[in-house]
Ligand binder design. Structure first.
Ligand code: AMP
Length: 356
């Protein structure tokens, strides 16, 4: 088996060498602490910087577990090296050792977004607006830097801390892409998580269209996420156990504000969702437009939304019970043709070359 090569030019791209620490080994600089979580390649641990005692999270990637033909690790490091924004999880530095790669990332301690909302025990439209503003700000930064996230879903939204004013951060660039066309056009790779995927990606999957715009597809997914955050259930909930029906419903744009929880949600918030989940890509809001939208720019209602909270509690509970939280977080265990599993994300490159 070929060895995985992680030279700064190949992973971390033009910025890789800046963040690659060559002055010593990882253990010279950091004291290793408890396990924070586990991904496909290895564990994520809490670490303390020996010089200033600051806390960080380190992702330890066992090179033996990386398929040399799979460039997604290089891509993820490349993206992490470029990203520096408060609503995106950022990389401090990385180490390339003989058997492992160590990514020292900013530590987030607030858990995932939906758990944070449910545990806080209260929710209103203003809370939802602030969450959305954070997510859209992080995403707009990625888009402005020619990066599409391509896997926007609540499990990939983390809270900086457990405090009520914690900021929301985009995490997991495992399916993200540095775009050839910075405007997002001419993409062919079918990827994402089924419930969040834009209709034009499905048209590429079935051969009805050849290419799609990855930045516009992210905007659609952001709309799906806003729907979930404000209501506590997904827009295509009726079809969640049958992937064919789910994809048909996405293609027909068959969703509505059909549950009672929407009666207390403003017209402006609903308009924002509609403008993002606009099937016509030309008419769809960009993330930049969403940030300028009246609902996002102004303070929203603080009336309690207990029904949304109850729905969110059920949504996160069902998710965990099904064990999907583990599946969703298994980065890089991708289904190449993977359209069998309803919840799992998938990636399929018709060219078979660009970013698998
Ligand atoms: P991943 O390999 O990126 O899927 O991460 C596996 C798990 O490690 C996640 O589910 C989190 O629980 C935890 N984790 C990853 N990154 C961080 C971070 N920057 N700060 C705290 N915990 C993290």
């Amino acid at each position: 088996m070929d060895d995985i090569r992680l030279d700064p030019a190949g992973s971390g791209g033009e910025f890789g060498h800046v963040k690659l620490n060559k002055k010593g080994s990882f253990k010279d600089f950091y004291k290793v602490g408890s396990i924070l979580g586990e991904g496909a390649f290895g564990v994520v641990r809490l670490v303390t910087c020996k010089s200033d005692h600051s806390k960080w999270a380190v992702k330890v990637i066992d090179k033996r577990k990386v398929d040399p033909g799979d460039h997604s690790l290089q891509t993820e490091i490349d993206i992490l090296c470029r990203v520096k924004q408060p609503n995106c999880i950022c990389l401090r530095e990385w180490f390339d050792e003989p058997t492992r790669v160590l990514l020292v990332m900013e530590l987030v301690t607030g858990g995932t977004l939906l758990d944070h909302i449910v545990n806080s025990g209260h929710f209103n439209e203003e809370v939802g607006r602030k969450i959305f503003r954070d997510l859209a700000t992080g995403l707009e930064y990625l888009h402005a830097h020619g990066i599409a996230h391509r896997d926007l879903k609540p499990e990939n939204f983390m809270l900086s801390s457990k405090s009520p004013d914690a900021s929301v951060k985009l995490a997991d660039y495992g399916l993200s892409k540095i775009l050839v066309d910075p405007a997002g056009g001419n993409e062919r790779t079918v990827c994402g998580t089924p419930s969040y995927v834009a209709p034009e990606i499905l048209r590429c999957m079935t051969g009805k269209e050849e290419t799609y715009n990855a930045i516009a597809a992210d905007a659609w997914s952001l709309g799906v996420n806003l729907f979930i955050i404000l209501s506590g259930y997904p827009p295509f909930w009726r079809h969640k156990t049958n992937q064919k029906k789910l994809f048909d419903a996405i293609g027909r744009n068959d969703w509505s504000f059909d549950q009672t929880c929407w009666k207390d949600i403003s017209v402006d918030a609903k308009k924002m969702i509609k403008d993002l989940m606009e099937p016509d890509v030309e008419k769809r809001y960009t993330v930049k437009q969403a940030l300028q939208h009246k609902w996002c720019a102004e303070t929203a209602s603080e009336k309690a939304l207990p029904e949304t909270l109850a729905n969110l509690s059920e949504f996160t509970h069902r998710f965990k019970k099904a064990g999907l939280a583990v599946l969703f977080k298994t980065r890089l265990t991708r289904l190449v043709t993977g359209l069998k599993n309803t919840g799992k994300r998938f990636i399929k490159s018709p060219r078979g070359d660009d970013d698998l």
